[in-house]
Design a protein around this ligand. Structure first.
Ligand code: SF4
Ligand code: SF4
Length: 100
């Protein structure tokens, strides 16, 4: 499978709201805390957006929309990343792409 890198994606996401995935230290505490127990949620889906991996964000659309927005991850994040805000931005981007 070819992975397309779109350097403009982070800009597109920031146009849709505050997206602060760059603050993430990739420690994994959020994933360990998340009640859903999905490997890529939430840190990896945020990183896909940060790195401009458009097709990876699309491939994990179901995961992005499965987030309960419970904020358990935010409560334990040592870097204070606005995780649910970032998830909302990724959702907006996915919905916008679907509408085109
Ligand atoms: S807990 Fe915070 S700093 Fe650690 S991986 Fe998750 S978002 Fe990044
Ligand atoms: S807000 Fe979403 S990613 Fe964070 S712990 Fe809850 S379900 Fe998991």
């Amino acid at each position: 499978m070819t992975t397309l890198v779109g350097p403009e994606l982070a800009g597109e996401l920031r146009r849709l709201g505050t997206f602060d995935a760059e603050v993430c230290m990739n420690c994994g505490i959020c994933t360990a805390t998340c009640p859903l127990g999905i490997d890529v949620l939430p840190r990896q889906v945020m990183r896909f957006g940060l790195l401009g991996l458009d097709d990876e964000v699309r491939r994990h659309e179901e995961t992005v929309f499965s987030c309960l927005l419970c904020r358990a991850c935010e409560a334990s994040c040592p870097a204070g990343v606005h995780i649910t805000g970032n998830i909302r931005v990724l959702r907006r981007w996915l919905l916008e792409k679907e509408a085109v």
